[in-house]
Design a protein around this ligand. Structure first.
Ligand code: SAH
Length: 216
């Protein structure tokens, strides 16, 4: 799986790509990220890529630098690949959608919006998927891009140490898209709370019944 990310702030991906599971998967070549600094295609003096919105308040990302990078990437990979733009006003990202996209999405371009958003003509001409990560507004798309990539990447085989975690977790098909049961580790007693006896019994049939009766 490969993501080409067009952003004003490539540096905001550094700590994301250097942490935990994402770092290991990236290092093992299980997925790839390539970052493109939007401003390098700016036609303005100080690399400015935004401009005043027509008829309303705020700044909007101009279409030319975005289009230049998208065309550049299409040429580089010798084909048209899906273009994704995150937008609070579009389809909400849910686990079922993550599962589908992690199967379909071999290589894609992610556009990181800022300010009031990007010029609508880029969406009309190039964007294949507009996805929201939740019903609230973020100031920049980089965080949303990282949420999206993290959710997809953990579905790539070998990314997780324990593939069963994927099969049975919150919102998974196996759990009827419900939220996972509580989980515990040692010590058996912590403060005044003790791990349910059945989980320490080694009786797998009983544990299965317990798990299904404790979905949240
Ligand atoms: N004026 C816009 C919000 C702009 S926020 C509106 O009212 O809808 C700046 C950028 O962050 C946007 O371009 C969008 O791409 C991204 N963004 C903000 N909230 C988001 C969310 N919940 N999900 C996905 N992307 C989001």
């Amino acid at each position: 799986m490969k993501f080409h990310i067009i952003t004003i702030f490539p540096e905001s991906f550094v700590s994301f790509l250097e942490s935990s599971i994402i770092w290991r998967a990236n290092n093992a070549g299980l997925f790839e990220v390539e970052l493109y600094k939007l401003n390098s295609f700016s036609t303005k003096k100080f690399g400015q890529v935004d401009d005043k919105a027509y008829g309303m308040h705020g700044q909007v990302l101009r279409p030319e630098p975005l289009a230049e990078w998208i065309e550049h990437i299409f040429k580089k990979v010798w084909k048209k690949i899906p273009v994704i733009f995150m937008s609070p006003s579009w389809e909400l990202l849910v686990q079922k959608k993550v599962e589908e996209m992690s199967q379909e999405m071999q290589e894609s371009i992610i556009l990181c919006g800022h300010y009031e958003g990007i010029d609508q003509r880029i969406i009309d001409i190039y964007v294949d998927y507009e996805i929201s990560i939740g019903e609230y507004v973020l100031s920049g798309w980089e965080i949303a891009a990282q949420v999206f990539i993290d959710a997809l990447v953990r579905h790539i085989p070998d990314v997780l140490w324990n593939p069963e975690s994927l099969e049975e977790e919150s919102f998974s098909k196996k759990l009827g898209r419900q939220k996972e049961y509580p989980v515990y580790t040692r010590p058996a007693t912590f403060h005044w709370l003790t791990v349910p006896l059945v989980l320490r019994s080694g009786n797998h049939a009983e544990i299965e019944i317990w798990k299904h009766s404790h979905l949240r």
